[in-house]
Design a protein around this ligand. Structure first.
Ligand SMILES: C[S@@+](CC[C@H](N)C(=O)[O-])C[C@H]1O[C@@H](n2cnc3c(N)ncnc32)[C@H](O)[C@@H]1O
Length: 220
C-alpha cells in the first residue's frame, strides 16, 4: 500500500513543484540562499538536497577537491566551498549552471562550474569527494528539466555512470550517493556491481515517512 501511494505521490510532487517553479524561487538552507530557476531540480519539497547539506556539514573539507556531479541549484557545492573545499560543480542543465555562477558570487564563494554529461568533460581529474544526488525514476526524460528526475527507461543514467565511475575511484577518495526507498535500489546496486562497484549504506534518514539513504560507493 505504502509503495503504491509513493508511486502516485512522486509524480504528483513533480507536477506540484513544476507549477511552483514556473518562476525563479529563493531557497535558503543552513544560512545559504540560492535562486532556483525554472527547470532546475527543486530542493523545496524534496529532502535529498537538505540531507546532503547536513551530511557534508561536519566533514573536514578544507583544501579537499570536491565534485558535485549534477549540481542543480548548487547549494551543496556552495556549502562545500564555504567549508574550504575546492569545488567543481557540473550539470547538463545550462540554466542551472548559469544560475550557479550568480549564486556562487552572491554567496561569496569560488566554484569551477562546467557543463559535463556525467564525467565526459572531467578527464584526468581527481576528486577527494564526489557527491551525487541522481535522477532515479525509470522514464525517458523529454526535456532538459526532466533529467533531474528521470534516469531513462533502462536506467541509462546509472548504466553510464557506473561505466565511468571506476576511473574516478581511488583507494583514498570518497564517493557518496543519496537514494531513497522510493527507487529501484536493487537494480541500481546491480548495475554498480556489474561494473565492480559496491554500495555501503552509511546513513539512513526517514523524513515524512520516506527513508533516504546515503551510500558510500567503492570498488569491489
Ligand atoms: C536530483 S537532481 C540533484 C541536484 C542537486 N545535486 C541537489 O542535490 O539538489 C539531479 C541533477 O543531475 C543532473 N543530471 C542529470 N543527468 C545528468 C548527466 N548525465 N550528467 C550530469 N548531470 C546530470 C540534473 O540536471 C539535475 O540537476
Amino acid at each position: 500500500m505504502k509503495f503504491i501511494l509513493k508511486r502516485i505521490f512522486s509524480p504528483f510532487l513533480k507536477k506540484a513543484s513544476s507549477l511552483y517553479l514556473r518562476k525563479p524561487r529563493n531557497f535558503s538552507y543552513n544560512g545559504i540562499s540560492v535562486m532556483v530557476m525554472p527547470s532546475v531540480f527543486p530542493p523545496f519539497m524534496t529532502h535529498s538536497t537538505k540531507i546532503l547539506v547536513d551530511f557534508i556539514t561536519p566533514i573536514e573539507l578544507s583544501g579537499k577537491t570536491f565534485l558535485e556531479l549534477g549540481c542543480g541549484c548548487g547549494i551543496v557545492s556552495i556549502s562545500a566551498a564555504k567549508k574550504g573545499a575546492i569545488v567543481t560543480a557540473t550539470d547538463i542543465n545550462e540554466t542551472a549552471l548559469t544560475a550557479l555562477e550568480k549564486n556562487g558570487g552572491i554567496n561569496d564563494v569560488k566554484l569551477d562550474i562546467l557543463y559535463s554529461d556525467l564525467f565526459q568533460n572531467l578527464h584526468e581529474r581527481y576528486y577527494d569527494f564526489i557527491i551525487i544526488n541522481p535522477p532515479y525514476y525509470p522514464r525517458n526524460p523529454k526535456s532538459i528539466g526532466e533529467n533531474a528526475w528521470f534516469c531513462g527507461e533502462d536506467f541509462n543514467y546509472f548504466e553510464n555512470l557506473f561505466l565511468q565511475l571506476p576511473q574516478f575511484t581511488t583507494l583514498d577518495n570518497q564517493i557518496y550517493m543519496i537514494l531513497s526507498e522510493d527507487c529501484a535500489l536493487e537494480k541500481i546496486e546491480a548495475i554498480a556491481l556489474k561494473n565492480g562497484m559496491v554500495f555501503n549504506s552509511i546513513l539512513e534518514k526517514k523524513v515524512v515517512g520516506e527513508k533516504n539513504y546515503i551510500f558510500k560507493i567503492a570498488r569491489l
